[in-house]
Design a protein around this ligand. Sequence first.
Ligand code: B0W
Length: 835
Amino acid sequence: MEFELVRKSTLKKSLTELPALGMDPCSIATDFRRYFSHTLGRDKDCKSVHYLYSALAFTLHDRLMERWKNTHYACSESNCKQAYYLSLEFLMGRALGNAMLNLGITDETTRAMYEHGIVLEEIAEREHDAGLGNGGLGRLAACFLDSCATLQLPVTGYGIRYEYGMFRQHIENGNQVEEPDHWLRDGNPWELERPEFTQRVRYGGRTEYYHDHSGALRVRWVDAHAVLAVPYDVPVPGYRNGTVNTLRLWSAAATDEFDLGEFNAGSYTESVAAKNDAEHITMVLYPNDASENGKELRLRQQYFLASASLQDILRHWISHHGKDFTHFAAKNHFQLNDTHPTCVVPELMRLLMDEYEMSWEQAWTITSSTVAYTNHTLLPEALEKWPVRMFRNLLPRLLEIIFEINAQYLAQVAQQWPGDIDRVRRMSIIEEGAEPQIRMAYLAIVASFSVNGVAALHSQLLEQTLFRDFYELWPKKFNNKTNGVTQRRWLAWANPSLSKLITDKIGDGWTTDLSQLRKLARYADDTAFRKQWRKTNQINKARLAELVQQECGITFKTSALFDVQVKRIHEYKRQLLNVLHIIHLYDRIKRGDTADWTSRCVLFGGKAAPGYAMAKNTIKLICNVSNAINNDPDVGDLLKVAFLPNYRVTAMEIICPGTDLSEQISTAGKEASGTGNMKFMMNGALTIGTLDGANIEMREEVGAENFFLFGLTAEQVESARARHDPKAIIAADEDLKRVMQLLSSGHFNQFEPNIFDPIIQSLTTYGDYWMTTADFRSYVDAQQHAADAFRDQEQWTRMSILNTAASGKFSSDRTIQEYNQDIWKLKPVKVFPVT
Ligand code: B0W
């Protein structure tokens, strides 16, 4: 589509300067009615909740739009420095509740709906989650955007508008079944298509050298296939401050260019059909959290995001400054969310040199002072490598640039450590071998002025292990930014009853300054306050129990200990350790060892990567164990186990407020940070956990006496590995031996022989890599402590209050303030209120 520009002078002010929309129930109700009946054309006979939802979404979107434009004007006028958060994943969840909360009109909207005889919750339920992410990494990006907008920092998110988000998970006979998540099928009222900012992204072809008008040798990329990148903007409202930032998501579309060769040869259909390939680029999110990939389509996605975003940013720069890039580096920062957007590095070099005629040195100065990289995992299988061959075919010009970056940087390494050939080989961006590979993390580190981990232990391990050589070369680049989560969604929105109790006691300052929760500590010894705290806890447990009943048909009694592990299913997260403990409890019940018993309801939730057999087998084990236990009359209410299907952002909004005990039980040194752990803590759950990721800092904040610690430390895990003998551990521990016997006897798979052999063998024959048997005894002991503590409800409530009170550090506002102070150095932009 061509967009002709209208001369500004011909537009009347009246077109763009409208009176502010009312935020009172009456104005909201009026707009809602107009959308429902005029725009959507429905009437009182309409039976579909979808149209009610859409009418309300449009009503709120209008109110965001006013503030969105003002934010844009304020940024343009101040000519401010900006940061761009580039991520292949943004796990936004639902938008409606968040829009109401951040606009400060939840009560007004509830009343407006009530006036039309509508229960707000019922239509809010209609919204699909925007599930454009796998887990922690994607949700972190969403929490960060919320915090940036709330702190009024000029930060734009750039991502991909996948047609299909994270798959929907069904459980059939205990097995995970994946279903496509066509989340856009009914339209998306929150997004705004911006075809006028469409970019062209190219693949394939070859490079050609030529002399430009001044005689300089230059490179051009020719014979490439172009794909269009069409942006869709999603508003990101700050909390009651007039700011609305932008998340720009790119969607791929075919160009209107035909392959003339094929076309003229009579292959009309073939030449048109080839266009399908273009649209495939943004079709589906890859559902691999922290695991291997090497698929060409994924590389296409990564380059698509990098190229479209950079072209967009450069277009914007040029529209304000012409082709003068003198101050570009001082005004723009790119934060890479893991290595996934690392194509930004060679692509920025290419655009500056090949399109804007800069020298290598000029381009490198800009690139290396604008790019910053966040690492999210130490797991070797998650460290991205791309075959050189694939890059050569798909992105030939980028490969040349990467080779040149590598050559120049290795010269620096050789200068620093003369004669140390082994180090040069180790540190090379190109891994040699039968199939040479590009190490994306190395490329990101070499080009970045800042490299950070996501919790203190993780950042320390990066420096000491994975990136040790680089730390020795550039110690000042490395820093830590402990993750956080937004208290607006995870406490204010998800837990209204607790929020009210907190606000009644200490005021509402915590919504933008979570450290204020500290003031709650003094009420931990107040009996009346503890009683109120327990009352809200019971309300939340009843909501969670209802969800479990609806989704699993399993009854959770709210007097029991609600023990929850929800997260991606992965061996390092050790859902298996939790299952072994459950089997141990079951064994105790069967033996009649139930004196001083604490009734317990254990909830699991999480998706397995579709190709990850061991993770899928673990889901099946949980479901089979759950079946055996829930249907055994000897067990009754002493123990219940459920696997909640399709764990997602919206489910967590009900789960974390209703949890007593949060399971954070990864093998120490493997979970970079975790963020679910923080959501539970904020909502008053106690944690049973290892000294891993952010657990360590959570325990420091709340005090060792309010945290159920167990297991080997990261250091002990590595030193114990060589002599780890799981068979000896099993033989020496009567309880573990009985658990393994029950598992091996086929008690949980009576008509499905041998299906759990891979799990049993991983613990025995294959050496128990994740040290599950090593931590079993101390885990069972810590669980016993937790169970005993729960029976003293006054004491438990005290610890619960202290956990919430100590969670202030884990606000993403604090994390973003640190990113800004140490890396971005942006000034907040005040936005004029809508009048
Ligand atoms: C996610 C996706 C992919 C992929 O699609 O290939 C690869 C790796 C990840 C990933 N996710 N790597 N680390 C994470 C999680 O990030 C959050 C946020 O920092 C941490 O809290 C988790 O500990 C980490 O596992």
